[in-house]
Design a protein around this ligand. Sequence first.
Ligand SMILES: NC(=O)C1=CN([C@@H]2O[C@H](COP(=O)(O)OP(=O)(O)OC[C@H]3O[C@@H](n4cnc5c(N)ncnc54)[C@H](O)[C@@H]3O)[C@@H](O)[C@H]2O)C=CC1
Ligand SMILES: O=C(O)CCC(=O)C(=O)O
Length: 369
Amino acid sequence: MFGRLARQTTTVKQVASRLSARAMGTVVEDSVGPKCYGGTYTVTLIPGDGIGQETATSVKTVFDAAKVPVQFEQFDLSGFTSESDNLMQEALASLRRNKVGLKGILYTPIRKGHSSFNVAMRKELDIYASVAHCKNIPGIDARHKNVDFVIIRENTEGEYSGLEHQSFPGVVESLKIITRPKTERIARYAFDYALRNNRKKVTIVHKANIMKLADGLFLNTCRAVAREYPSIQYNDMIVDNTAMQLVSKPQQFDVMVMPNLYGSIVSNIGAGLIGGPGIVPGANYGREFAIFEPGSRHVAKDIQGRNTANPSSLILSSVMMLRHLQLNEHADQIEKAVNKTLSVDGVRTPDLGGSQSTTEFTKAVIRNL
Ligand SMILES: NC(=O)C1=CN([C@@H]2O[C@H](COP(=O)(O)OP(=O)(O)OC[C@H]3O[C@@H](n4cnc5c(N)ncnc54)[C@H](O)[C@@H]3O)[C@@H](O)[C@H]2O)C=CC1
Ligand SMILES: O=C(O)CCC(=O)C(=O)O
């Protein structure tokens, strides 16, 4: 166990030094696109823990039926076992080769044990921008109508730095890292996203009244970037108020940009607003690599193996992946089939109040292709 922890400490240090080199602008990466051979893309698939195998099977079945020119390199790594180190390295090597991944969620032990594989993967590949789109799906019961906002979350630093120590028994220091270069690039990503997607407003979410230095830097840096985009309105909002505004008047939000932990919390609120984690797709982009995974990230161990998981969030994440690969016709075809299945046919898994199984839902999507 100690050997394993020591190895991990070294890895975390190595990753941290590479990250700070990148943040300082001393490492220049080439932007190289995904590889396509003979018309077929190879994509790394990490189904993840809990419902991961069931939802990944659903995606593979739909892709087969739609004759999507993608082949998967699958890695069944798990956060439940401490033996996943080697497989993790193989999966990372595959992601480096393929540039694109589709991923479920890996379990992370609470309070003790290894640090998060999910976070390590994003940091290792510098996949810095998490994008989750919270939009009502017609026909799905939701607390609010006309919800349509996009959460852009810094994915590689903030509260997820994993830098904690006990300075004295009963006293723990946990570091939140905010840097100007990483804030600038996430802010620019958010404003560029707004421009590219014909969105009107970006809300900067922060807690600069309390974390005056860290969130103060985040807020000031985002405001400076905002001034470079005169056609996009912007405002800023303290994260606590944001949570209240989201559950009372979510229609006021368009694009939102925020540090890591707030992004996780806001994505979960967003999922709750429109019908739950089973329907929110998500993507994580870096300069060179992209990983597509459900926007509200859950293992769902409680329903593992029951054939009741809602595969929509992973299927819709795979639709985002197909657009990234410029396989737009396949993306449109699958997205329409999922929407018709949910909205017109009313085929629903139990999380949405239905009684259909994962397999029945998948078959219905295939019928609608
Ligand atoms: N909460 C989060 O944002 C993240 C959690 N994790 C990992 O997940 C583990 C458990 O996380 P929790 O937050 O407790 O959530 P959870 O995995 O227990 O999920 C919350 C609830 O949502 C349901 N659910 C989630 N996806 C579903 C789907 N596709 N279809 C139907 N029902 C679905 C689950 O069945 C469960 O009842 C953690 O230990 C952590 O390792 C990892 C990344 C982020
Ligand atoms: O990997 C984990 O367990 C937590 C990571 C997380 O909160 C997230 O991915 O949103």
